[in-house]
Write a protein that binds this ligand. Structure first.
Ligand SMILES: [Zn+2]
Length: 257
């Protein structure tokens, strides 16, 4: 049998209010198959539907990670826990989330928690194991709720997910990886909300020099500017391969060599 490869499936590429509320793009988060371990990150609204559409079986999941409690990252957490554990018939899997997603006003229902084998609280500088992979949450992001980006190591590849945050310089120190996925909500810096813009993403890509950078989690200004054109501009500017994720896109890490 062929060895299981490393794959990322984008179950959604929408970021922030308007894109998610109108489902201009899907908002299903990221599904990782890493060294034979199936893992879901940030199950926003519609994740179950998007996974089924892509023939990804929730009962094969071994873990679910919430980078933070905002609904575009967590709305389908409960339904995915139920699906992963076959309605609690099969106690299994791990959930990872910041404390504020689990404590007051939790986004994970209490009655589902015993269905899981374990719940681990994400903290700054934490490192975690799941199946054959490990991951770290190197730095707390600047975002209105407790938020952590992720750096995965599958043994063959490293993948960083730089999730929602306002720009700060330490981002350029903590997310070195073969593949860098960036949540780029805004076309231009500024605005009311703590999110990255395209020029800030360019600055980070230039500093980190991944083999490939993948832009996702687009707000309206990015969508209007056509993410694939923004990606081309950033590729020219940084000398790095930059692509814009599309709903349903599967990125096979074998192509990195
Ligand atoms: Zn957020």
């Amino acid at each position: 049998m062929a060895e299981a490869g490393d794959m990322i499936t984008f179950l959604g590429t929408a970021g922030a209010r308007v894109m998610v509320a109108n489902q201009i793009l899907a908002s299903g988060g990221l599904w990782f198959s890493l060294g034979g371990t199936e893992l879901l990150v940030d199950p926003g609204p519609g994740t179950l539907v998007q996974a089924a559409k892509r023939k990804l079986k929730a009962r094969k999941l071994e873990g679910i990670i919430l980078s933070h409690r905002h609904l575009d990252h967590s709305a389908d957490a409960n339904v995915m826990i139920e699906a992963m554990t076959e309605g609690g018939m099969r106690r299994k899997g791990a959930l990872f989330a910041p404390a504020d997603a689990l404590d007051d006003d939790p986004v994970v229902l209490h009655y589902l928690r015993p269905y899981l084998e374990r719940i681990e609280v994400l903290t700054e500088g934490g490192s975690y194991e799941l199946g054959g992979i490990s991951f770290r949450t190197p730095v707390r992001h600047r975002h209105p709720v407790e938020t952590y980006g992720l750096v995965f190591d599958s043994g063959r590849h490293t993948i960083a997910c730089l999730v929602d945050t306002r720009y700060f310089d330490a981002l350029c120190d903590h997310y070195k990886a073969d593949v860098l996925v960036l949540n780029v909500v805004r076309l231009e810096p500024g605005g009311l909300f703590d999110h990255l813009s395209a020029p800030e993403a360019g600055q980070i890509i230039k500093a980190l020099q991944p083999k490939v950078a993948i832009l996702s989690h687009f707000g309206m200004t990015m969508w209007r500017a056509r993410p694939w054109e923004v990606a081309k501009g950033l590729a020219d500017q940084t000398g790095t391969r930059v692509i814009a994720a599309r709903d349903g896109m599967r990125f096979d890490l074998a192509e990195l060599g």
